[in-house]
Design a protein around this ligand. Structure first.
Ligand code: BT5
Length: 250
């Protein structure tokens, strides 16, 4: 079979400092950037998390965004597939057992080593990826220091950030291609394998709702199923998960 052409990273824009690579990429898209374009910053001054939260992005981390054009830019599985790719890449380069917490947190030793912010800007999906590669946790504000970890801290040595970049782009490319080719089952199976959420008692804050129970599974659409012996599962399509014991703090 001929090798599939790479979609992601053919065009890569590096900047020293930017507010948010997601915003930079959105404006590049408005000015004709093509699918697969990547924006990478050494430092973000206005890094964003989900739901208006702040993402601390000092130098030493990998802060990048990828422009994609899936059939449905709002499909949450775009983010799940990208998260699988990032986890795969971080594991391969560092040897650390990076896990996934639903929906898109990257966790290590019960702390947050990275996260994804996927924004639907039809026809585009802007996939923002942040990883604390060599970030010194001491530089974080106290409330972030309490939940964060860097890859370097976990492995006890600096990690080659360019190697992480190459691996992330290659693995996200592969996982996204699997998603686009309809191999959702394969993507979800890999997500389940990396999950630190499934099987754990969790509390999920979803909008105004709080749901408690065991994280049973993710369904074919990427929603989290939370339930217990006495109640049928609740299907959660968005929110924040706290693992109540075992799986860790974030
Ligand atoms: C996320 O949000 O986890 C999505 C993070 C996405 C960041 C990338 S960097 C490139 C691109 N450009 C952007 O502007 N964003 C993307 P969320 O699940 O809402 O988590 C946010 C919470 O994580 C914050 O409220 C803090 O508690 C914590 N946090 C902030 N910065 C952190 C860091 N560097 N490491 C670990 N935890 C952090």
């Amino acid at each position: 079979m001929p090798e599939r052409a790479r979609l992601i990273g053919e065009t890569l824009l590096r900047v020293d400092r930017v507010g948010s690579t997601n915003d930079l990429l959105r404006s590049l898209a408005q000015h004709g950037a093509h699918e697969g374009t990547v924006a990478l910053a050494r430092e973000q001054t206005g890094g964003r998390g989900r739901m208006g939260r702040t993402w601390a992005s000092p130098p030493g981390g990998l802060w990048l965004s990828i422009l994609l054009r899936p059939d449905d830019p709002a499909d949450p599985r775009v983010g799940l597939a990208a998260a699988v790719g990032v986890a795969e890449a971080l594991r391969r380069v560092s040897g650390a057992e990076v896990g996934l917490k639903w929906p898109n947190d990257l966790v290590l030793h019960g702390r947050k080593v990275g996260g994804l912010l996927v924004e639907s800007v039809p026809p585009w999906a802007v996939v923002g990826i942040g990883v604390n590669v060599n970030v010194d946790r001491a530089l974080f504000p106290a409330e972030i220091r309490a939940v964060a970890i860097s890859l370097a801290e976990a492995v006890g040595a600096e990690v080659d950030i360019e190697e992480v970049l190459r691996a992330v782009l290659a693995e996200v490319d592969e996982a996204h291609a699997a998603y686009r080719a309809g191999r959702i089952d394969d993507v979800l199976a890999r997500w389940r394998r990396f999950s630190v959420t499934l099987g754990q008692p969790v509390r999920v804050q979803s909008g105004e709702r709080i749901i408690e129970g065991i994280a049973l599974d993710i369904d074919a659409d990427g929603a989290l199923l939370v339930g217990d012996a006495d109640h049928p599962p609740t299907r959660v399509v968005g929110g924040d998960v706290t693992v109540l014991r075992g799986g860790g703090r974030p």
